[in-house]
Ligand binder design. Structure first.
Ligand SMILES: Nc1ncnc2c1ncn2[C@@H]1O[C@H](COP(=O)(O)OP(=O)(O)OP(=O)(O)O)[C@@H](O)[C@H]1O
Length: 666
């Protein structure tokens, strides 16, 4: 029968010398070191590198976590709490790649989310440090790249454009295009993306780059700020074993410049497993092993936990996961975690954590007399490595630059896509053609029997742009995963995002609407001012966008937003004063007519059509028409002004919804 170490060697083609540093420390040595305060630094499994290497720009940043516990309110059991993480302690070292493994639901993603500062609920206790600092939002955005499980890319951009777009919003504005270009090209090289550099990313329905290339592009955008820490959540999920190996090999190569890497991974191939320097095994929110991936790991599980010896034919990763999951299913997760907590490994990890925090603080205090984390950050800034994190706010670029970049990198690229342009032009054109065919020349027919037809035409003209609120809302919701990721990455403020989305939609509408509105106005021979007619139609589109965004902002999904928007619009259309005269509406609902945008704009259009009609409508007179509909005495320009007020109101609602309403919880 093959000995376990032979099996190990058979599995790993990589040279993995078993040096003294990777041996399990003797428990007695640890105990004696731990008891003597002065000896605390004598035993550290992975001693901190020289300070410059640990913290300087171009090197890594050690991630240290101490007794991390995380509790959330139970989503299905009201009033009860659930502790998802239970006392995680350890550190991820610069220049090393650590695998976090464990059965599904053991808390791996929760842990990474916490490290990356992306949890929006729950209670965290314990400490997390990046170098010597507790992670500020700025530090996380500047120095930590987080690659989430799902790809969040812009399907209309090429890989190169995606990187340049991200660079424009995540790197300092002042550094110039050449530096951004160099950073993008360097990452394309590092992540072996040359072959798809100019390929559109595409979507599930319209294939562009491959799954592995998409994953590597996600990694590249996480690194565009020269991130010193890279956290990856299941980077190989959905990839075949060859592509998984390729992706992880590329990731591993990033360790060379000192990047600190931690990744959750479900079923690494043997090859990929061999690329990891460290392994953290989790069960039910606790650590059951944190150490080397080498022979000592086998010794630990066989010797301390009662795992069977692996034999030839065993895949070591499967062997480990089979053991861990079986133990969990048998309710032995806590027992295994207790064994780990009492082991030399856990004690060494705790000492290493203490040592790191102490040493980093001492270093900072040496450079300037410091007391607070804020001051510590300033000391870092003095040395250069935290300059951007502390020197700027939560967002790297000013609002005007962000807006310009979004217009340039996103909006202008939209026009390359027929699927973007055609539906937006076609729906306006189709409406205009239909209306012109049905109502040809009607505006110039002054017979009394024609008045309801003209009123109906104007009502249709108002309601058509209003209905597009349903589409606009779904555009925001389709973008939501990307929006959330880019928000976390500090790429734009919600105000800028809303302003950009509106400009994005309105730019094309502005171009198209002049033509189609002129077709309707002159084809149907409507009366009054064309400018007013056009502004009225355009204002309705603006309102539809802001209304759609406001409702989408508080809706968890399109399934909720679409019927909600349709209901609001239906109410507006019914109570506009056209379908039911205001005087016939029950008194308790009449207030709605007064705040109803449709009432204002349809009323304004009616006044525009009939205000000069007293001489031209032979039998009835324009004033009487307006009287009949309850529109006498109003000024069409005031009504237009009210519609702009409504736009401002819905825009503020949309901004507030995106800024303050957390429909996504993690
Ligand atoms: N509010 C909550 N109420 C109840 N359970 C929750 C809540 N939030 C998270 N959980 C549970 O916490 C566990 C940890 O989830 P997490 O996504 O971190 O697991 P994971 O190890 O990353 O799983 P996977 O490998 O499948 O991605 C899951 O079982 C999840 O269902």
């Amino acid at each position: 029968m093959a000995r376990v170490y032979d099996v190990f060697d058979d599995y790993y083609p990589h040279p993995m010398p078993l040096d003294a540093e990777e041996q399990l420390p003797e428990p007695e040595a640890l105990e004696s070191a731990g008891s003597a305060e002065s000896g605390a630094h004598a035993i550290v499994l992975a001693p901190p590198p020289a300070m410059g290497a640990a913290c300087g720009h171009g090197s890594g940043l050690r991630v240290t976590f101490e007794n991390v516990r995380y509790t959330v309110a139970h989503s299905s059991k009201k009033g009860s709490k659930l502790q998802l993480l239970r006392g995680l302690t350890g550190e991820f070292d610069p220049g090393q790649m650590c695998a976090i493994v464990g059965p599904s639901g053991c808390g791996k993603t929760t842990f990474l989310d916490l490290l990356a500062g992306r949890k929006t609920q729950g209670q965290l206790t314990g400490s997390i440090y990046y170098g010597a600092s507790k992670p500020s939002r700025q530090l996380l955005r500047r120095y930590v790249g987080y690659v989430e499980q799902q790809d969040t890319l812009v399907d209309t951009l090429t890989v190169f454009e995606m990187l340049m777009y991200t660079a424009a919003l995540k790197r300092p504005r002042t550094e110039g295009r050449a530096a951004k270009l160099a950073a993008a090209e360097a990452l394309i090289g590092k992540l072996a993306l040359e072959i798809c550099r100019d390929t559109r990313i595409g979507s599930a329905l319209k294939r562009g780059i491959s799954g592995g290339q998409a994953k590597r592009t996600n990694i590249a955008i996480a690194l565009i700020t020269d991130a010193r820490v890279l956290l990856l959540d299941e980077p190989t999920s959905g990839l075949d074993s060859f592509t998984s190996n390729e992706v992880m090999q590329t990731v591993k190569a990033l360790c060379k410049d000192g990047t600190t890497i931690a990744t959750t991974i479900h079923s690494p191939t043997s090859y990929t497993f061999g690329l990891f320097d460290r392994l953290m095994v989790m069960l039910a929110g606790r650590v059951v092993y944190f150490g080397t991936t080498q022979r000592a790991m086998l010794d630990y599980f066989v010797g301390h936990c009662g795992a069977r010896q692996p034999t030839v034919g065993d895949n070591l990763v499967e062997w480990l996961m089979d053991f861990a999951i079986t133990q969990e299913r048998q309710g032995a997760a806590d027992a295994l975690a207790d064994v780990y907590d009492n082991s030399g490994l856990a004690k060494a990890a705790a000492l290493a954590v203490e040592s790191t925090i102490w040493a980093e603080r001492e270093r900072l205090e040496r450079s300037v007399s410091l007391r607070s984390v804020h001051m510590a950050s300033l000391a870092g800034a003095k040395e250069g490595w935290l300059a951007a994190a502390t020197g700027s706010g939560a967002y790297v670029t000013p609002a005007w630059w962000t807006l310009g970049s979004l217009m340039w990198h996103r909006t202008s690229r939209n026009y390359r896509s027929w699927s973007y342009v055609l539906p937006r032009v076609f729906d306006k054109l189709a409406f205009a053609i239909t209306v012109v065919i049905l109502y040809w020349g009607i505006g110039n027919d002054f017979a009394i029997g024609n008045v309801p037809n003209v009123a109906a035409l104007l009502y249709l003209c108002m309601s058509n742009p209003a209905w597009s609120a349903v589409n606009f809302g779904s555009h925001v919701l389709n973008d939501r995963t990307l929006y959330i990721r880019e928000q976390h990455d500090g790429m734009y403020r919600p105000t800028v995002y809303i302003a950009w989305k509106m400009l994005d939609e309105l730019t094309l509408q502005l171009l198209v609407s002049w033509g189609v509105n002129a077709m309707i106005f002159y084809g149907c021979q409507l009366q009054g001012s064309f400018l007013f007619f056009h502004l009225g139609m355009f204002t309705m589109t603006m309102n539809a966008i802001s209304l759609g965004y406001a409702i989408a902002g508080v809706s968890p999904s399109t399934d909720v937003a679409t019927p909600a928007t349709a209901s609001v619009l239906t109410l507006m259309l019914i109570l506009s004063g056209f379908m039911i005269k205001e005087s016939s509406i029950p008194i308790f609902l009449r207030w709605f007519v007064k705040v109803n945008l449709m009432h204002y704009m349809w009323g304004g259009m009616m006044i525009n059509q009939f205000e000069n009609g007293s001489g031209i409508i032979a039998s009835v007179g324009g004033t009487k028409v307006l009287n009949y509909y309850g529109l006498n005495g109003a000024s069409k320009w005031n009504l237009l002004g009210a519609a702009y007020g409504s736009f401002a109101f819905w825009s503020i609602m949309a901004w507030a919804a995106l800024s303050f309403v957390r429909v996504h919880r993690r």
